[in-house]
Design a protein around this ligand. Structure first.
Ligand SMILES: [Zn+2]
Length: 548
């Protein structure tokens, strides 16, 4: 088993399957061939395939394979095969893709290492390299286990069923796992499978010597805000109103605000962090920017996009009013100094709309005209994303602005929309009809790991790093239509099949080898965990899950 895990890991690492690129096709093809070459699938060719992701700009696919055992009780194995780029290795970059040769470790000795890193390097207990931890290591464990189970399935001695779905794009937009929902649904329909548990072998961390097992995964929503105020020459600033002041005020009221922090079982989501905030000018001129836009990440355990949108609506109105008041206050002081000023007061009415409300207004005005405009504008925004010229959130702001242009609205307005990607919060204990499944898996793993390997396991309710688990089941249901209508790019460019996810209802957990500092040059995975503990415990967990 150890040898096989190592071979698969090094083979995958050499493919340099950078996230969001066509390089992700190589491991997908490798897995598809790996499955097809197995005698079991020569007998059952209909139970494996390479699912093409619809409209994928990189032409990526999702390999999948199903071993049908004596029972329909099915454990789903998954994991992502994309990796993040590796420039930070500098001159050692090439060796980051050759884990286990020792070459990288040799070069790392001359890196500015922390004491902990140097200790781990000297100990020889860790395997270093890009993807070793995140997460080709865990994926290789699942591949090796699957291979062993395929041999059992050949002789029809497999007790339960196993579906293996390795996915691309986890580090970017999760196109892989969103697409996998369709595979899971189709197979459930075809064979009446009962999905017991999905195990995602993402790297796990150690806390005081105990390994962390994640029962769920945090939700993420990305609100995009576009502010329009009033343009003026900088020399006549009181005739205008800067969009930057309003957006900056919204930023100050949201960034880091605990009002957006959800709490569950002693865990809390970190408050919002803005990723982008600027005016919408294309170059410099001497006018006050009358438009500004930005977007931020809001994490949640339970808050729905609608609830977050409602909070924002209130905050945007408060920020707008506060800035009008501030401007007027300044103007009153200025008037005392300048005898040419004549206005009594500066006043603007607040107007905050959701993106959907603006669209509804425009549809009312001219249904066909708006439909034609929007189809064209949306296709253009989506094409810019496909060509890599714009990110999803940037294309979202562009599309919101184009719609505002189309509306011809000149008065101050604040628009609130949502940008992809969206990750629903999920918890394996709260899947309808399978309540408590995650904790059941955790108890089994904790007992075995401690007894056999002296490695205690502790749990966390939510993995805070955002993960593919989000697309296994819906455990905090909400009005999906309301999200879709406020996400300008929803449709061809980005979609989540909530109906399929709800139907699949797979309780999902994260349990993979212990890793450290992934996404940096110090990425490493613990050899003992990777080669011994995780394969043995995962195997036992699969077989236990067939019986619950
Ligand atoms: Zn990962």
């Amino acid at each position: 088993m150890k040898q096989r895990i190592f071979e698969i890991l090094t083979g995958l690492a050499a493919m340099k399957s950078f996230t969001g690129t066509a390089a992700e096709r190589a491991p997908a093809q490798w897995f598809a061939d790996f499955f097809r070459a197995m005698p079991y699938f020569q007998e059952h060719p209909e139970d494996t395939g390479l699912f093409e992701i619809p409209n994928d700009p990189c032409g990526r696919g999702i390999p999948w394979a199903l071993l049908r055992g004596k029972r329909k009780d099915t454990v789903v194995l998954s994991g992502h095969f994309d990796v993040v780029p590796a420039e930070e290795y500098g001159a050692a970059e090439e060796y980051a893709f050759q884990p286990g040769t020792g070459k990288l470790e040799e070069l790392l000795r001359d890196f500015p290492l922390s004491d902990g890193q140097r200790r781990d390097l000297e100990s020889g207990e860790w395997l270093w390299g890009r993807g070793a931890a995140d997460m080709l290591g865990g994926l290789a464990v699942h591949a090796a286990l699957f291979e062993a189970y395929a041999k059992q399935a050949e002789t029809e001695s497999l007790e339960g069923s196993i579906l293996f779905v390795p996915v691309p794009d986890e580090e970017s937009y999760s196109a892989g796992m969103r697409g996998a929902a369709e595979i899971l649904r189709a197979l459930r329909h075809r064979y009446g499978l009962d999905y017991k548990l999905l195990i995602d072998p993402e790297p796990t961390r150690e806390v005081d010597g105990a390994q962390v097992f994640s029962l769920g995964s945090v939700g993420k929503v990305m609100p995009a805000i576009l502010v329009q105020t009033k343009k003026a020459h900088a020399g006549r600033c009181y005739e205008g109103f800067s969009a930057l002041s309003v957006l900056a005020d919204i930023y100050l009221r949201t960034n880091g605000s605990l009002e957006f922090s959800d709490v569950y079982g002693g865990e809390a989501t970190v408050p919002p962090t803005w990723a982008h905030l600027r005016d919408r000018k294309h170059g410099y001129d001497v006018s006050i920017p009358h438009r500004a836009g930005g977007y931020f990440t809001a994490l949640s355990f339970s808050a729905t996009p609608e609830e977050i949108g409602q909070k924002l609506r209130r905050i945007c109105t408060e920020a707008f009013n506060a800035q009008v008041q501030k401007l007027d206050g300044e103007y009153q002081e200025f008037k005392k100094r300048s005898r040419t000023e004549r206005r009594e007061h500066i006043h603007y009415e607040p107007c905050v709309m959701s993106f959907h409300e603006l669209c509804a207004l425009l549809r009312e005005r001219d249904r066909d005209g708006f439909a034609a405009f929007y189809a064209e504008a949306c296709a253009r925004a989506a094409a810019a994303v496909d060509r890599g010229e714009a990110s999803y959130p940037d294309a979202t702001l562009d599309l919101m602005e184009e719609t505002l242009d189309y509306s011809g609205i000149q008065y101050p307005i604040t628009l609130i929309g949502f940008a992809p990607p969206y990750y629903p919060p999920v918890h394996s204990d709260h899947v309808r009809g399978k309540e408590g499944r995650g904790t059941q898996a955790l108890r089994f793993v904790a007992a075995l790991s401690e007894r056999e390997y002296g490695r205690p396991v502790v749990s966390e309710n939510y993995f805070m790093g955002i993960s593919d688990l989000s697309y296994g089941a819906v455990t905090a249901p909400f009005d999906y239509g309301k999200l879709a209508e406020n996400m300008p790019l929803w449709g061809e460019a980005y979609r989540i099949d909530f109906a399929a996810i709800e139907e699949n209802a797979v309780p999902s957990v994260i349990y993979g080898p212990i890793g450290k500092e992934y996404h940096t040059f110090a990425e490493r995975v613990n050899r003992h965990s990777l080669f011994h503990v995780i394969p043995a415990v995962t195997r036992a967990l699969i077989e236990y899950m067939w019986t619950v």
